[in-house]
Write a protein that binds this ligand. Structure first.
Ligand SMILES: *[C@@H]1O[C@H](CO)[C@@H](O)[C@H](O)[C@H]1NC(C)=O
Length: 309
């Protein structure tokens, strides 16, 4: 790891903001696999509100997320990163229709940003140029949409979220250039890291991604969040990575709290365990257990960070 680079970048970031913000990725299905109702979202927000007033969701039209969650979030005083699935034409069109129909029901200030695609480059669903074009499409669409106060959504930030490694790979450049912001995901767990090396690896990944984005944007003062990170509390080990509540808590302290201490914002993956996800073979049986709260809304470990050290 290029430690000197990391220290320099952290200094640049933390001079802008002392402690990074915290948000949560939020699932949109209940334990039975039904799309959440406004009441269920309100209950989620009441639990989350001691820790954050920001959530991220992955789509606008799936589960009618924008229609149902948007007003519930606004009422609870939350802001939302809304995702858009850009992968196939029909889905992308449905997402655009949802924006046009339901953004007028909420205030512009409730929309933290629009993220076009979630690891679309990592999965090679789109080329960087295709993603760039879709970011431009959404930015253009927003100019013609007004919020509940009649204010135009023009100027709302439109960007994307992808895995750190495809961001540092030069091929992502066209998408990074056209995005207003780029958030990086990094999962030490899926890199098979030991608990001891997990936070080192996380810092290294995120700092490489941040450095790449800052380089392409030509400035250090950028809107940047870790888009997803976390550690599962249950399931089968992946290489040297072992799921457990203790390891998830350790990753929270050593990686999430620590990088926030350096001024980097984090959207933790994820708020609640998703019991509806199917039991599958091999390592995918961790998929239900990424929540900081379990499926009964019980907090698995303390989330307080010690920023004094
Ligand atoms: C720790 O993580 C770094 C960065 O990902 C990696 O290069 C290194 O090989 C890892 N060390 C061990 C002992 O696994």
């Amino acid at each position: 790891m290029r430690f000197s680079t990391i220290v320099a970048l952290a200094g640049a970031v933390s001079s802008v903001q002392a402690i990074g913000q915290l948000a949560f990725n939020l699932g949109v299905k209940d334990n039975q696999g039904n799309c959440k109702s406004a009441e269920e979202y309100k209950h989620d927000f009441s639990i989350l509100s001691s820790y954050t007033k920001k959530v991220r969701v992955y789509a606008a039209s799936d589960c009618n997320t924008l229609e149902i969650l948007g007003p519930a979030a606004e009422e609870a005083g939350f802001t939302v990163f809304f995702g858009i699935w850009p992968n196939d034409d029909a889905h992308f069109q449905a997402e655009q229709d949802a924006l046009k129909t339901y953004l007028p029901n909420i205030k512009k200030s409730t929309v933290e940003a629009i993220t076009v695609g979630s690891e679309a480059l990592y999965r090679a669903d789109l080329t960087a140029q295709e993603l760039s074009d879709k970011i431009d499409t959404i930015r253009d669409l927003l100019k013609d949409v007004k919020d509940s106060d009649g204010e135009s959504y023009e100027g709302t930030q439109v960007g994307f979220v992808d895995s750190w490694n495809v961001l540092v790979d030069g091929g992502s450049r066209p998408a990074i250039q056209s995005a207003d912001f780029v958030f990086a995901n990094a999962f030490s767990y899926w890199q098979g890291q030991t608990q001891n090396n997990a936070s080192y690896s996380f810092f290294d990944d995120i700092m490489q991604a941040l450095q790449t984005i800052q380089g392409i944007k030509g400035e250090t003062d950028i809107n940047f969040w870790v888009g997803e990170t976390g550690w599962p509390s249950e399931g089968t080990a992946f290489e040297s990575s072992e799921p457990s509540v203790d390891n998830a808590h350790a990753f929270w302290n050593d990686a999430i709290c620590a990088i926030r201490g350096w001024g980097i914002n984090v959207i933790a993956f994820e708020a609640f365990d998703e019991a509806w996800k199917p039991d599958t073979s091999g390592t995918s049986d961790v998929e239900k257990y990424w929540g900081v709260w379990d499926a009964d809304n019980k907090l698995k470990y303390q989330l307080s960070c010690d920023f004094s050290s």
